[in-house]
Design a protein around this ligand. Structure first.
Ligand code: ADP
Length: 558
């Protein structure tokens, strides 16, 4: 029996088209293209012709994910290919993968099966150097902070209250907490510091929310790096570092063009964390795609309680990217897991567990409708799914009046016929698109914003603030940051702040431990539960199965 080919094997069998051809098909003039080899290019947005109409945004989100991943990226790519196959000018907008998780567990983050963006080896490994540039801009600021403190500390920065940390694109737990400046008076001023992974950097969040180069520099200038001895916030502007940071990002802010397996143009740009940041690709890429295509298919991280909420309340509040339709990716396996089936028994049919898992999907559907948007449920088909189980999900959706389709874009590809039905449902939904509205007004106090999200999106009863969080709420008001939206840092596996509470629990309290002002990105992070801003590697990292083959090609990316 033939074994299923790996994502990498499928990717390698595809004959890529030169990126100039893909650009031409998307209406990108040759002089707006900056080539990075034969299959990647950056787009100089300034050189694009004016758009007479902006494309509509289809946001791909999901039910509460299980540890396996629900296939959101796969569905995003597959749906775009299906829409292109249906004759619509379509573009994909996705996040750039982070190297740390690739070397750890994930092995790659460019979709899967017959729905991938290519060249997957390049996109997964360094790509066009954007993460390097973001890391450099972040660390230039760190060097300037410590240098300022060393040379007399005119601003009076309290070294114990520097909140801005160094970053690198690696899972390296040994660097979470470190001491810098050791070695005597000529080596700097000792203080406790630490590294985060690059995707957790506020520079990444700023990069992804900036509308253009000017907005980028303005937002960088507003980043709070710490506090003075008298507890006054210190910003990048106080240090005068926004100029060099913006300079280091001058090429990175141009969106990267690649192609899907079926040759649909894809912009892959930026990749902020989905917990302490908003978890979607850059505003610049999404708006560029809107200028070029009739339909833009884009993805938000985690489930709709986190990803779609942040897309609407953070990204679409500050930029013109409001979605018209939200696709909720679900799998029979994940619904069974929400119905109480353990991870290693998900291949066995279990109608009761499936029914018990449905309320999770139902709550996400309600959330999407609360945003004024029309949900379309996409059941991502796995080979272990039985026809009865797939029909059960479709029947539930039909009773709930929700558009739904089974998609096999992983197995058959969106360029094949694997996503035709889903594309039909999405196109029908686009005929009567919703009117996107935010969940809360910015004028609401920060604690009330958090309560609104917990009650209206998570289905919880209340919020409990730690003593520290309560003090921080007062400081946030005092410093004039109370009008910022909230970015919830919560486990993606549950509506609650406890990752083991699957399904759709009710009556729970969410515990806010800490609040982190991200004044450059323009949101307040509400930290619930344990939070990792520098992941570690697992006992058997994917990295140890990676190498180059005899022809110098990567092996071991999934
Ligand atoms: P997410 O974006 O939700 O994290 P991905 O699209 O990255 O998920 O998919 C996670 C993994 O699951 C990938 O390795 C992908 O190949 C695999 N996968 C996705 N859909 C299917 C499917 N229908 N059948 C089998 N494997 C799948």
């Amino acid at each position: 029996k033939a074994t299923t080919p790996s994502d990498l094997e499928i990717a390698r069998a595809v004959t890529l088209r030169p990126i100039e051809e893909i650009a031409a098909s998307a209406g990108i003039p040759a002089d707006a293209l900056e080539l990075y080899g034969r299959y990647k290019a950056k787009i100089d947005v300034e050189r694009l012709p004016p758009a007479d109409q902006l494309g509509r945004v289809v946001l791909v989100s999901a039910i509460s994910p299980t540890p396996a991943g629900e296939g959101k990226s796969t569905l995003t790519v597959g749906l775009a290919d299906s829409l292109a196959r249906a004759g619509r000018r379509t573009m994909v907008a996705l996040r750039e993968p982070s190297l740390g998780p690739i070397l750890g567990l994930k092995g790659g983050a460019t979709g899967g099966g017959r729905s991938q963006v290519l060249p997957m080896e390049d996109i997964n490994l360094h790509f066009t150097g954007d993460f390097h540039a973001i890391t450099s801009a972040n660390n230039a600021l760190c060097a300037l902070i410590d240098n300022h403190v060393f040379h007399g500390n005119e601003l009076g920065i309290d070294p114990r209250r520097v909140t801005f940390r160094r970053v690198m694109d690696m899972n390296d737990r040994a660097l979470r907490e470190i001491v810098v400046g050791l070695g005597g008076p000529t080596q700097g001023v000792p203080r406790q510091d630490g590294f985060d992974i690059t995707v957790a950097s506020e520079v990444m969040a700023v990069f992804c929310l900036a509308k253009d180069a000017t907005d980028l520099a303005d937002r960088l200038a507003r980043i709070t790096i710490g506090y003075t001895y008298s507890r006054k916030p210190v910003t990048v502007a106080d240090l005068g570092a926004e100029g060099v940071m913006a300079m280091l990002l001058k090429d990175a802010i141009k969106p990267n063009l690649v192609q899907t397996i079926a040759g649909t143009p894809a912009l892959i740009h930026g990749g902020p964390f989905a917990n302490i940041a908003h978890g979607c690709n850059s505003v610049i890429a999404t708006t560029t795609a809107r200028r070029l295509a009739e339909i833009v298919v884009t993805e938000a991280g985690f489930g709709a309680d986190l990803g779609a909420e942040k897309f609407v309340d953070i990204k679409a509040r500050s930029a013109d990217v409001a979605p018209s339709v939200v696709v909720l990716v679900t799998t029979v396996r994940a619904l069974k897991m929400h119905g109480g089936v353990p991870k290693d028994c998900l291949a066995e049919p279990d109608a009761d567990a499936l029914a018990r898992g449905m309320p999770n999907l139902a709550r996400h559907v309600a959330t999407v409708r609360r945003f004024g948007l029309e949900p379309v449920v996409a059941v991502n088909r796995f080979s272990s799914d039985s026809t009865e189980e797939l029909d059960t999900v479709l029947a539930w959706c039909s009773r709930a009046g929700v558009r739904a389709a089974v998609a096999d874009v992983w197995g058959r590809g969106g360029g094949g016929d694997g996503g035709d039905e889903l594309a039909r449902e999405v196109l029908a939904a686009l005929e009567a698109p919703g009117q996107c509205r935010q969940l809360y007004p910015l004028a609401l106090p920060v604690d009330e914003k958090i309560r609104t999200i917990v009650r209206d999106v998570y289905g919880g009863a209340d919020v409990e603030f730690s003593d520290l969080a309560r003090r921080q709420l007062a400081q946030i008001e005092e410093n004039g940051w109370g009008g910022l939206p909230v970015c919830m840092a919560k486990t993606q596996y549950s509506f609650t702040d406890d990752a083991t509470q699957l399904g759709a629990p009710e009556g729970f309290t969410v515990h806010v431990r800490e609040l982190w002002p991200r004044t450059g990105a323009g949101f307040i992070v509400a930290v619930t539960g344990a939070l990792m801003t520098m992941p570690g590697l697992p006992a058997h990292p994917a990295a140890l199965r990676m190498r180059l083959d005899d022809d110098g090609r990567p092996v071991g990316l999934f």
